[in-house]
Design a protein around this ligand. Sequence first.
Ligand code: PAF
Length: 270
Amino acid sequence: LRIVSRLADLNLTASSRVGFVPTMGAFHAGHLRLMERAKEDNDLCVVSLFVNPTQFGKNEDFDKYPRDLDRDAMLAEEVGVDYLFAPSVSDVYPRPSTTIRVPVVTEMWEGAQRPGHFDGVATVVCKLFNMVRPQTAYFGLKDLQQCIVIKRMTEDLNMAVLLKFEPTVREADGLAMSSRNVYLSGNERQVAPLIYQELRRCRAALNVGEDVASELRRSTESLGAAGFSVDYFALVDTETMHHIEKPVINAAIIAAAKLGSTRLIDNILL
Ligand code: PAF
């Protein structure tokens, strides 16, 4: 493993196939799975570690976001990552940046709850793609809307990168792996798997033809009763991220809910 902070030290030969995993660090098994995939499919696996300030809202957790380069480097080394690229904020944003705004698919759900979030994500991912120039980039489906936003951006801007989206990796009790799970208190951690239980319950009900609106309401209420403050629990078409009333091919149920001060998101494909 080579840890580099300067782009000039990332000397990737034009002939090697580069698989790229953009991350904000605080690695868990979901990140490591993406790195393993990138390693399997390519000559070189490059991972970026950059806690991107432009995708955090003013009152969000940019300052307290977990950071531990030594631990992350050790884990990356174990799965055979070739380069860990950890640039500084001033190298990535030497001055106020040109911003990429992907329309429509950013307007609802996470985009509505976190104004500006997806502009920050799209902009940094575009910058990182231009720095690393990978053939293939890997993202986790836990952030489903982020995957759709990045897919739209690469299509709209004719970017020559192949995207691979990998299934969500879960704890034994079903909780989706997330770097933010460390914020949960012991009690909250016990309750947290209910989101995935409700996603599964709801999917099973929709698959046997139960009424969509009543099932979504039932899940929202059961999460509310367990102490969650639900931002949304909705059925969407993953092509457009639009809310839909009837299950279709490519539909997913998406959920976001706060438990105490921690906001969790998850989803399940129908
Ligand atoms: O999913 C993440 O960790 C981030 O949103 C990403 C894609 C690395 C961009 O900062």
